[in-house]
Design a protein around this ligand. Structure first.
Ligand code: SF4
Length: 344
């Protein structure tokens, strides 16, 4: 049982300490910003391709320079679809693991992937490299998923992804897959029928878990389509109900404390496929998020003012500012130390 002694203002003390520790570091890497999908609500513009050679090398030097002081390095692979550039992912992860042995550091990794390219050979290599935690988005059962999560050539993707999940489950590989189930106001029945399918085929496999999320409007060019999907606000209610139904063995949210977004943590940085340094993985075109760049010699040039705006939540311990610094900033403009709330 967690007591208030373990928490400060609703945040787990351990999480706060980990977020501020110099011995822990999270690198979010975009090995490519191309994607093999064209989801109808996606906010990315696919203007940037794979990381060029100089940038892969610079990222490795950055890791090499940081590693001696680290106890724990977490690599988070993002995109685009990171598995479209799996050779870059393998190279950086392999290099990090070899340095980790020399430096007594632990390296783990996770991928935000659409799952389409996660065949057993790829999964096996990723598990060997301890890049074995995955988040895969599903938009309900086949008929609903295949209307929103389309491949680049306009085809549905459900059957392929579901096949990948069943094949992974048939192995004894050590991995964790979180299926992020997107709920809109239009796909409730389909989400429930996906849950039945999951209960029959994957529920007993403890390497899988479900995470329910109502689709929210994250900006980009598809706002109209998204607004159409969320207008009745009932998606939130179903997401809450299903979260309770499937929370079974997993820790209760209130025991973990309020969520702290990586964008708000001082020891987390994202390297884009063009070498820009970002904090948030959503506002990719937002100048406030473009906090600097990595140089060819692996050093970083950072704009300290922009950087500190993202981590300001640690001075206020405001749950909104810590949970999503982007939406907090969008609703509160700051002049000096005085926060001015926008009224619209
Ligand atoms: S700041 Fe907000 S939008 Fe950006 S990654 Fe964090 S939770 Fe997502």
């Amino acid at each position: 049982m967690t007591t208030s002694i373990d928490q400060i203002k609703g945040f787990s003390k351990q999480q706060l300490v980990n977020s501020l520790s110099n011995e822990k570091f999270q690198l979010i890497i975009f090995p490519t910003e191309q994607c093999n999908f064209r989801c109808v609500y996606c906010y990315e513009d696919f203007k940037i391709g794979k990381m060029p050679r100089w940038l892969v090398d610079a990222t490795k030097v950055l890791i090499k320079n940081k590693m001696p002081k680290l106890e724990f390095l977490s690599l988070s692979w993002f995109g685009g679809e990171p598995l479209l550039a799996k050779e870059i992912l393998f190279e950086i992860a392999e290099y990090s693991q070899s340095l980790a042995k020399e430096n007594g550091c632990k390296v783990y990794g996770d991928l935000t992937t659409n799952g389409f390219l996660l065949d057993i050979k790829t999964l096996t290599r990723l598990v060997e490299l301890k890049q074995n935690s995955f988040q895969i988005s599903i938009d309900g059962d086949k008929e609903s998923h295949d209307t929103t999560r389309l491949t680049r050539n306009g085809k549905g993707s459900f059957d392929k992804i579901w096949g990948r999940l069943l094949a992974a489950s048939a192995t004894d590989l050590d991995f964790h897959i979180t299926l992020r189930i997107h709920i809109t106001d239009l796909n409730h029945e389909s989400v429930l029928s996906f849950c039945e399918r999951y209960d029959k085929e994957l529920k007993e496999d403890s390497r899988f878990r479900l995470f329910f999320k109502e689709i929210s409007n994250l900006g980009g060019d598809n706002q109209e389509k998204i607004n159409g999907l969320i207008s009745r606000k009932s998606a939130k209610v179903l997401a809450k109900e299903l979260t309770e139904r499937y929370s079974g063995n997993s820790k209760k949210i209130n025991e973990l404390g309020h969520y702290i977004c990586y964008a708000g943590k001082p020891n987390s940085l994202g390297i884009r496929a063009n070498g820009n340094i970002n904090k948030c993985t959503v506002a990719l075109d937002d100048d406030r998020n473009n906090i600097g760049k990595i140089n060819p010699d692996g050093t970083l040039t950072l704009n300290n003012e922009k950087f500190s705006t993202w981590i300001k939540g640690f001075t206020t311990l405001d749950s909104w500012q810590m949970g999503c610094p982007l939406s907090y900033m969008n609703n509160n403009s700051v002049v000096g130390d005085i926060a001015i709330k926008k009224v619209s």
